[in-house]
Write a protein that binds this ligand. Structure first.
Ligand SMILES: [Fe+2]
Ligand SMILES: [Fe+2]
Length: 325
């Protein structure tokens, strides 16, 4: 349920800005949803467009590291699973770009901003996939971290974003299970297969912790996003939740997480963990990770090589409209 739409202009003039702000604040305070037709502060709109675009870009760029393995999947069954998963990620990107469009953003413009480096995407997708176990570890850890981040977004204050997240989270949970199942299968295999899994875990564990973003005290936009109900939890709280979830899963799988400081803390009821290399995070997020240039080059080629499809569809739609007129 949402608050009534934008107040109609009164007979004596435009709507009172203070009344609009008051209605917006009351909607947020009541835990209700803001919808596209509702008035919203400029900063709220801008923050949402940035966050949703960044999220959409991550889904689309995230198709690349796993897509690389579609032709090398070890069996037809694994290929079908991976194909379904990579297609899901494309769908997630599409829902999210559509949600950004309800805020007045233009999809082509967002793509240009991504390619020109003016908008970011998750740092995790700038790491390469070196063997097939990486596909399993991405499902288990990367989709697992995405679930921790995204489940609370199903209650985000912006309606179209929250509703997109409900469907996305259902699919993410399939992604995590297929990854874990692949790893379980490999762990029951040969010593070489077990070593592949451990190697992949060693490479992906720390970058997956970075997916939650910098510590709350270094995350200036976090507090405002929480006040607006866009985010529901701080970065550190979600990261801790993820560690608490992953440590027993690693033990069950039979792998060692590459952090000697991981230990149960009975006092806090959480697992302690070591220091994250934030210098690495900053380097990767600002464009200097192992695969940033390759990811963007491929996205650029996809946009340019497929421009004729957009042109053809646009011109067809135009002709149809003219004929109808
Ligand atoms: Fe996704
Ligand atoms: Fe996913």
């Amino acid at each position: 349920m949402s608050a009534p739409a934008l107040e109609r202009p009164r007979a004596d003039g435009p709507p009172d800005p203070a009344a609009l702000q008051e209605r917006f604040d009351a909607t947020i305070a009541a835990g209700q949803r803001i919808e596209p037709r509702d008035w919203m502060p400029g900063g709220y709109r801008k923050t949402l467009i940035r966050q949703i675009a960044q999220h959409a870009h991550s889904e689309i760029i995230g198709m690349q590291p796993e897509g690389d393995w579609l032709l090398a999947a070890p069996s037809l069954r694994r290929k079908a699973i991976l194909l379904a998963k990579v297609q899901d990620e494309a769908g997630h990107g599409m829902y999210l770009y559509a949600a950004a469009e309800t805020l007045g953003a233009d999809r082509a413009d967002l793509t240009d901003k991504l390619i020109e480096g003016r908008q970011k995407y998750s740092s995790i997708f700038n790491y390469p996939t070196l063997n097939y176990a990486d596909v399993g570890v991405i499902g288990w850890l990367v989709d697992g971290a995405a679930i921790c981040n995204q489940v609370p977004l199903c209650r985000s204050s912006y309606g179209p974003y929250a509703r997109a997240m409900i469907r996305i989270c259902k699919e993410e949970s399939f992604h995590q299970r297929q990854g874990y199942e692949l790893l379980m299968t490999m762990m029951r295999g040969t010593p070489e297969q077990r070593a592949m899994v451990q190697d992949a875990v060693d490479r992906w564990w720390w970058p997956s912790l970075m997916m939650f973003g910098p510590p709350d005290e270094d995350s200036p936009n976090s507090a405002q996003s929480m006040a607006w109900g866009i985010k529901r939890h701080g970065n550190d709280e979600l990261r801790q939740r993820y560690v608490d979830m992953s440590v027993p899963q690693a033990a069950f799988l039979g792998v060692t997480l590459p952090d000697p400081e991981i230990a149960w803390d009975a006092e806090t009821g959480h697992y302690r963990f070591g220091r994250i290399d934030w210098a690495e995070f900053k380097r990767v997020i600002s464009g200097d990770g192992p695969a940033n240039a390759e990811r963007i080059a491929r996205r650029r080629a996809a946009r340019d090589d497929n421009a004729w499809v957009v042109e053809a569809a646009t011109s067809y739609a135009q002709k149809q409209a003219e004929a109808a007129a």
